[in-house]
Design a binder for this molecule. Structure first.
Ligand code: UD1
Ligand code: UDP
Length: 381
């Protein structure tokens, strides 16, 4: 009998993550698993959504809820309503949820209330900072899940501390959940798409960065974009760093909008008049991988980009006070600099003089998707 799953995607990183599972289903499990893809429409610009379907060969969503942007409550409510309708119609064996966005939260609430078992991929991560909307989303999702797949050892430990059972027997349910440590599906993706990125994109050349040591930066966290003093500290640092190295900054639409209101006017002029800072629209995943592979250093507040810096053995300055990916800081490959100009410049000086050389395997073996699908198929339904 075919196992039926409904996959929820909505935000950029989830669309990219979903490529790993969908690809593996088509390659190895098409006779065992039928996947229905639901796009909530949380991200909708061409370069935040469609580009990934085209480039990463992700099947076209079976449903699109087109919820768009709104406040947390309104956006989550619209998605919850739409997802509930689809679950009632489709009767899947599992709903698959990724990460910690509002699309994840909506999927968790909709599914748990009508008893559809949840598979949470990227479970167990914690920042221990509940001011982050993502921290609320991931806690709710983990505690409503039946199968939890943690990408890292830290994720596993966090779930232990929260009282999740270990070594328990099936059948598994929301009240008897099963926790697995499986590695990171984004590591699967980075390995899979790495060579293709070299062959199919010329962004490094187009940005005139061939052979030059350059910095790749991304900024989108609400904790940075929504606070003028934090946003200005980050851009003041970029301005100083640009004296040493060119900077390429594919800008998230949230930041592009808030830059105009929240960034000090003089600084805005300086940033836009500096040749060495190249602010560009969001790039495709293959272009991002190419930019990461050739960069001297990555500076970001993104969860995904932090990890990819590590996958491609680049030093990373994290523009947050804490991270869920604690292992990359523990190895010395990344430094937490918050949105603090002094700490950012210290980190830059440190990495220029002494770039990290050790990148132990933290994120599995590149086969997390097979592991997850195999375990799902073992479940009694
Ligand atoms: C969301 C996630 C965040 C994730 C990020 C990945 C939540 C609470 N946050 O943040 O965890 O790291 O996605 O990128 O789910 N916008 C556009 N076009 C789009 C999408 C967004 O212009 O296609 C603009 C809108 O002005 C919108 C703003 O970006 O209000 C924020 O979008 P939203 O999806 O609410 O949150 P993100 O900041 O993208
Ligand atoms: N990414 C991309 N184009 C960009 C910026 C990021 O393809 O212009 C990819 C990046 O390589 C990573 C994912 O988007 O795989 C991370 O998403 P984002 O930074 O939006 O969210 P987060 O990971 O912080 O939730």
């Amino acid at each position: 009998m075919l196992m039926k799953i409904v996959t929820i995607i909505g935000a950029r990183p989830q669309i990219i993550k979903a490529a790993a599972l969908s690809r593996t289903i088509r390659a190895c499990y098409s006779d065992k698993i039928q996947e229905t893809i639901v796009h909530t429409g949380q991200h909708y610009d061409e370069n935040m959504s469609q580009v990934f379907f085209d480039e990463l060969d992700i099947p076209r969503p079976d449903y699109n809820l087109h919820v768009g942007s709104a406040t947390h409550g309104v956006q989550t409510a619209r998605m919850t309503e739409g997802i509930e309708d689809i679950l009632l119609k489709e009767h899947p064996d599992f709903i698959v949820l990724y990460g910690d966005t509002n699309s994840t939260l909506a999927g968790a609430v909709a599914a748990a209330k009508i008893h559809v078992p949840i598979v949470h991929i990227e479970a167990g991560l914690r920042s221990f900072n509940k001011a982050m909307p993502e921290e609320i989303n991931r806690i709710v999702c983990d505690h409503c899940s039946t199968l939890l797949f943690t990408p890292t050892q830290a994720g596993l430990e966090n779930l232990k501390h929260e009282g999740f059972p270990f070594g328990n027997e099936g059948p598994y349910s929301i009240d008897n959940p099963k926790v697995y440590h499986c590695g990171d599906i984004m590591y699967d993706n980075s390995l899979h798409f790495s060579e293709l990125a070299e062959a199919k994109t010329d962004i490094v050349k187009r940005q005139n960065l061939n052979g030059k040591p350059y910095i790749l930066a991304t900024i989108h966290r609400d904790s940075n974009t929504d606070h003028p003093e934090r946003l200005s500290a980050i851009f003041a640092s970029l301005l100083q760093m640009a004296e040493d190295s060119p900077i390429v900054l594919p800008l998230h639409p949230r930041t592009a909008k808030l830059l105009k209101t929240n960034l000090d006017k003089t600084l805005q002029e300086q940033i836009f008049n500096t040749q060495n800072i190249n602010i560009i629209p969001p790039v495709s995943f293959l272009e991002m991988v190419a930019l990461e592979r050739h960069a001297q250093l990555v500076m970001t507040d993104s969860g995904g980009v932090q990890k990819e810096a590590y996958f491609f053995q680049k030093p990373c300055i994290i523009l947050r006070p804490e991270t869920e990916w604690v292992e990359i800081v523990e190895t010395g490959a990344a430094l937490l600099a918050d949105a603090n100009e002094h700490r950012i410049m210290e980190a830059w000086t440190h990495f220029k003089a002494d770039p990290p050389r050790q990148f132990p395997a933290i994120f599995g073996d590149g086969h997390a998707a097979e592991f997850i699908l195999n375990e799902m198929l073992q479940q009694e339904m």
